[in-house]
Design a protein around this ligand. Structure first.
Ligand code: B12
Ligand code: NAG
Ligand code: NAG
Ligand code: NAG
Length: 415
């Protein structure tokens, strides 16, 4: 009987766990990206723990130590609520107690820091209809508080459920996915029946909308970079869309076809590829034997006999939103295969008065924070959006490679 069940279980989920080769390759790529001169990325530690990365190696130990030190140094003053939440999830996944983070001769209660920052998010959300940062971060906050068994997330989870259920809300797939993880955790702990019903409604609505979208879009939910979180959400919430079934084979096929390169993208998709989600972050067995030894694959040197052909790209910057309106266009030539950042740099070098810009390092790469002296602001919820042929790009300037003759627009807008 046991064997039969095991066999059945195996056939049912067979195609919904990636091959060990694929997982190892992505783990290596993600670990290999860790730069010891830069701040640690908690999403990477979290993914290593969830996907069976090498917990004995130097990278793992470095990440864990730096995460503790960075938390003690910066959590209170220099981190957003969502960043603190990611630190909490990373520590939990390493079986460390986030209430007692010890580094630099100090002990920090990271949960009370998170609780306080979540309160600020929720206060603004109730007051002005928008959180201090984003609903994505608020969802991470609730998930982390819930997994850490803090006391104060029931009310926030009800407010999040209401946001998710607002008919007029156009919330990103990525955000709805993390919201689902947070609400699925909170569901087991809310006491009041009407509150639990509300969470259930939100969970049903989002998961069914994901399944609908997957059916309509040949397996895709959102774009290729939201798939990691969407798969995590669908894996963790089967009971909320039962008896409907999820064709995970179809969704996995989409993800398997893509060769993820960015460490953040890999960090979000890896847990799903081994059948796990961020919801599992607090229940891992940290004494288990370490995962595959990661031997850093030598990146093959690229030998090209000919330099890439030059291509011409049109680049337009537009502000019709705030202060003095402007619109400027230019045409720049860059080697084929260049990233969009190169186009911005050439434009700025040729016409610094008009096309000067600034970037900031983030976990996803360089983010353009200001163009032509006009900067996005979290206070006003403004940013520079990048588009091609009227469609928002699904990659940033450090990743996206424009093609010959493409017209790239940077438009100052709100989120
Ligand atoms: C919220 C959000 C935004 C907000 C950030 C607002 C804010 N102040 O918090 C806004 C609307 C500004 C934004 C903008 C963009 N975003 Co965005 N964003 C997200 C989202 C939903 C959550 C990020 C987050 O809060 N993380 C949690 C916090 C705690 O972590 P954090 O490291 O502090 O987060 C910061 C970075 O993520 C950064 N950021 C957000 N988006 C992007 C995108 C790029 C390319 C970079 C470099 C940084 C960056 O802003 C966050 C807050 O400071 C993610 C979804 C995801 N799957 O991660 C997409 C996501 C990261 N964004 C994405 C994209 C494509 C963009 C844009 C390039 C879209 C466009 N066409 O213009 C622009 C950036 C353009 C530029 N100026 O360089 C993609 C990136 C994919 C990729 N392979 O690079 C994602 C994965 C969404 C998706 N599935 O397509 N984004
Ligand atoms: C690591 O980060 C430093 C500082 O940001 C940078 O100068 C260096 O080029 C990076 N190293 C690699 C291998 O990317
Ligand atoms: C799942 O999707 C795949 C690919 O679209 C399709 O071939 C298959 O029949 C579907 N399976 C089920 C059980 O619907
Ligand atoms: C650019 O942003 C403005 C202000 O938000 C908006 O009205 C306009 O539709 C945007 N243009 C494009 C091409 O998205």
């Amino acid at each position: 009987m046991g064997v039969l069940l095991a066999l059945l279980g195996c056939t049912a989920t067979e195609s919904c766990v990636a091959s060990q080769d694929k997982v190892t390759q992505l783990l290596q790529r993600m670990e290999g990206s860790v730069n010891y001169s830069e701040p640690p990325n908690p999403s990477i530690l979290l993914a290593m723990n969830l996907a069976g990365g090498n917990t004995e190696g130097f990278t793992y130990k470095w990440l864990l130590q730096e995460i503790k030190e960075e938390a003690v140094r910066k959590a209170q003053k220099d981190m957003t609520s969502g960043q603190v939440a990611l630190y909490v999830l990373a520590l939990l996944s390493s079986c460390e107690d986030p209430r007692q983070v010890q580094a630099q001769g100090q002990t920090l209660d990271l949960i009370s820091v998170l609780q306080q920052k979540t309160d600020e998010e929720i206060a603004k959300l109730e007051d002005q209809g928008v959180p201090k940062t984003t609903l994505f971060s608020v969802s991470l906050d609730i998930l982390a508080l819930c997994l850490a068994k803090a006391s104060d997330y029931q009310n926030p989870s009800v407010i999040l459920a209401k946001q998710v259920l607002r008919p007029e809300s156009h919330i990103f797939v990525d955000t709805r996915a993390v919201a689902v993880l947070a609400l699925a955790c909170a569901y087991d702990y809310v006491d009041a029946q009407d509150e639990q019903n509300l969470l259930q409604m939100a969970l049903e609505a989002v998961t069914n909308s994901f399944l609908d979208e997957q059916e309509a879009e040949n397996g895709m939910i959102g774009n290729i970079y939201s798939m990691g979180l969407a798969l995590q959400a669908l894996e963790a919430t089967r009971k909320f869309y039962a008896p409907r079934e999820w064709n995970c084979t179809q969704a996995f096929a989409v993800v398997s076809r893509h060769d993820y390169q960015q460490p953040m993208a890999i960090a979000q998709v890896l847990p799903a590829l081994v059948g796990r989600s961020y919801l599992d972050a607090a229940g891992l067995d940290c004494s288990a034997s370490p995962g595959p030894q990661v031997t850093l694959a030598q990146t093959p040197g690229v030998h090209t006999d000919f330099p890439p052909a030059p291509i011409t790209v049109t680049y337009t910057i537009t502000n019709k939103l705030q202060g003095k309106h402007f619109k400027h266009s230019t045409s720049v030539t860059v080697p084929d295969g260049s990233i969009l950042l190169r186009v911005l740099e050439v434009a700025a070098a040729e016409k610094p008065q008009t096309f000067s810009f600034e970037t900031e390092k983030t976990s996803w790469g360089p983010m353009v924070v200001s163009i032509h002296g006009l900067a996005g602001s979290t206070e006003d919820r403004t940013y520079w959006q990048f588009l091609s042929a009227g469609n928002a790009l699904d990659e940033g300037v450090g990743t996206y490679k424009p093609h010959a003759g493409e017209h790239i627009q940077a438009n100052f807008t709100t989120y």
